[in-house]
Design a protein around this ligand. Structure first.
Ligand SMILES: Nc1ncnc2c1ncn2[C@@H]1O[C@H](COP(=O)(O)OP(=O)(O)OP(=O)(O)O)[C@@H](O)[C@H]1O
Length: 606
């Protein structure tokens, strides 16, 4: 089956993004553009560096959506929706950081996923003639279910779940744009119509019978099919045939290489009647999914443990290597200092070093002696104490008191033992600074004391040291990023445990929560819808040429009004264009125009 280019295909001719007009400039006083990641139907997507973020968290994604002039109400409304989205935290949901208006564009800042999206992954597999094994499909599918459950429990719908909106970050899947349709389109009707990609749209959404959490489940069922078969669950030669397959067509089946259980779950998610469709909570409570969840939880737990061990080993290796580098640098510095000296200074230095060495040996000797003496004194005391104890049995208390006098120098001599060094005196010996040159005892202090000045003049070495520090920062950065990955895995384990331990399936169907101030005609809705249509027109014109586009548009409009058969339409389009499938977008454009017209009429009627 041909795969049609979807609406809003990446077109270079669409109006130039205003944020890039000042390359290298700061956006919202903190973001710098690193590269352009791509273009979606709403706007352009950039990889940015957040200059105010902590180490390892600075790479983010900026979605730039041209909106023209927004009135203050619309801005307040958008901010309200954005605030809500930024408070949601789940490892399977792409983190939404913030949104703001900058130079007539609405900007959304989200987490960056370096392993791209599921659509790219599927394309890659298809091209390589490979498929996804069932354990991988179930692992990703369970993560998706956990993310969807989290959002549905908070009464937030996606409305545009598709492979392109699912991102991969080191085997963790992240659903992008959850709740963003409402943020951009405001009104519920428009949000569904203008963000839903036909391949994933549920029968009830296509026939305007309302959109609820079960409609998201339908899209998730389509994604499950796509992960297994690497093609859309409902395909067709043109826009309307896709719609007809969804509304009236047979429910697809998974190939035999996938288990009966997985097939049955997918089919129950693709039930045409939303009330018969499973909810995310229902699916997560099924025996087959629970069993898989146990093994994924075990895999994630042991993987984070193994990673932690590996990381601490790597940390140690890094510290050792940093210390070795430091010692090497010091040796080099010392050598370069010595080379700069006059013979007289070198002689003095050698003497000082010899004195240092002598002092060190003396100190070591004194310490050894002290330890030896101290040990002997303890022995003596112990013997003396035993002697006193025996005497106590025979003599009176006064005599005992006499016996417990401190041991004198004579006592030691009479016992043939060396007298212990007085502890304070010994400490003084250890801590005292050699009078002649006053070399500090501590080697590190001594080193700084003697060679400090030399460091300041070594600008090359300083640079080298800075480079070393940068290296260190970079490795920390990598470490932190890996820790971030661990956090995701640990959080995922926690969510799996919650579901496994919970009694209820959370099978209630949810409609979207109306947040304060979000009723009514919507946020940026009409402007956004118009923008999207304009982008589609530009994209089609670029592909078909202005003249062919005009002819195809006029023909399809009439053909749909006259309700011509699909076969006739295909034949007529064949006379206008080389490939009739190229007209998919024109068909979709007509559909959207009609929806926008309807929406306007119903708004003015209200
Ligand atoms: N958070 C992200 N991390 C990494 N890449 C991203 C991220 N968000 C978007 N992209 C990439 O940027 C490109 C455009 O994405 P965008 O979401 O705007 O469009 P889309 O999903 O292709 O279309 P639509 O606007 O119809 O949803 C895609 O190639 C996508 O993979």
């Amino acid at each position: 089956m041909p795969k049609f280019q979807e609406q809003g295909a990446r077109s270079a001719s669409c109006s130039a993004p205003s944020l890039t007009s000042d390359p290298g400039g700061l956006i919202a006083k903190r973001y710098t553009i690193q590269e352009r990641l791509g273009r979606g139907s709403f706007g352009t997507v950039y990889l940015v560096r957040d200059t105010k973020a902590g180490e390892g968290e600075s790479l983010k994604v900026l979605k730039e959506i041209p909106v023209g002039d927004l009135n203050p109400n619309e801005t307040v409304q958008a901010n309200l929706e954005a605030q809500l989205l930024s408070q949601l935290h789940h490892p399977a949901i792409l983190k939404f950081f913030s949104s703001f208006l900058e130079r007539d564009t609405f900007c959304i800042i989200t987490e960056y996923c370096e392993d791209r999206d599921l659509d790219c992954k599927i394309e890659e597999l298809r091209e390589a003639g490979r498929t996804l094994p069932e354990p991988q499909v179930t692992e990703w599918f369970i993560q998706l279910l956990l993310g969807v459950l989290y959002m549905h429990q908070r009464r937030i719908l996606h409305r545009d779940l598709k492979a392109k909106n699912i991102f991969l970050k080191k085997n963790i899947v992240k659903i992008g744009d959850f709740g963003v349709s409402r943020l951009l389109m405001g009104s519920r009707d428009l949000a569904t119509t203008f963000t839903g990609t036909p391949y994933y749209m549920s029968p009830e959404a296509l026939s305007h019978q309302g959109y609820d959490s079960k409609s998201d489940i339908w899209s998730l069922g389509c994604i499950l099919y796509e992960m297994c078969c690497l093609e859309h669950a409902f395909n067709g030669d043109n826009f309307l045939s896709v719609v007809m397959r969804i509304v009236e067509g047979k429910t697809p089946t998974l190939p035999e290489r996938y288990s009966k259980e997985l097939n049955s779950i997918m089919q129950r998610m693709l039930s045409k009647d939303p009330s018969l469709r499973l909810s995310a909570g229902d699916v997560l409570k099924m025996k087959f999914i629970e069993e898989n969840m146990h093994s994924i939880r075990h895999k994630f737990s042991s993987s984070t443990l193994r990673d932690k061990t590996l990381k601490s080993e790597r940390d140690t290796a890094q510290i050792v290597s940093a210390l070795q580098k430091k010692v090497h640098m010091q040796t080099l510095r010392e050598r370069s200092e010595v080379q700069k000296m006059t013979p007289r200074e070198r002689m003095r230095l050698r003497k000082l070093q010899a004195a240092d060495e002598k002092a060190r040996k003396l100190k070591q000797l004194a310490e050894e002696k002290y330890e030896e003496n101290y040990r002997r004194m303890q022995e003596l005391r112990c013997r003396n104490f035993q002697k006193i104890s025996v005497d106590v049995l025979n003599e009176n208390m006064a005599e005992v008191a006499n016996q417990t006098q401190p041991i004198t120098k004579q006592d030691y001599q009479s016992l043939g033992c060396p007298q212990p060094v007085d502890r304070q005196q010994s400490d003084r010996l250890c801590m005292s600074e050699p009078r002649e040159r006053e070399i500090p005892e501590d080697p590190l202090t001594a080193e700084v004391y003697y060679y400090e000045d030399g460091f300041e003049s070594c600008s090359d070495e300083e640079e080298a040291q800075e480079e070393d520090e940068d290296e260190g920062d970079k490795s920390l950065d990598t470490l932190r990023r890996t820790y971030g990955q661990d956090c995701d895995m640990e959080a995922m384990v926690k969510y799996m445990e919650n579901v496994l331990e919970s009694e209820s399936s959370g099978s209630e169907t949810v409609t979207e929560e109306a947040h304060e101030g979000s009723q009514g005609p919507g946020v940026i809705n009409c402007t956004m819808a118009e923008n999207k249509l304009q982008r589609m027109r530009e994209s089609i014109t670029e592909r078909l040429g202005a003249e062919v586009f005009r002819k195809v548009y006029a023909y399809l409009k009439q053909a749909r009004e006259r309700r011509e058969s699909e076969a006739d339409i295909k034949e007529s389009l064949g006379r206008l264009v080389e490939k009739p499938s190229d007209c998919f977008e024109v068909d979709q454009l007509l559909y959207y125009e009609e929806q926008l017209q309807r929406s306007r009429e119903s708004q003015s009627a209200e």
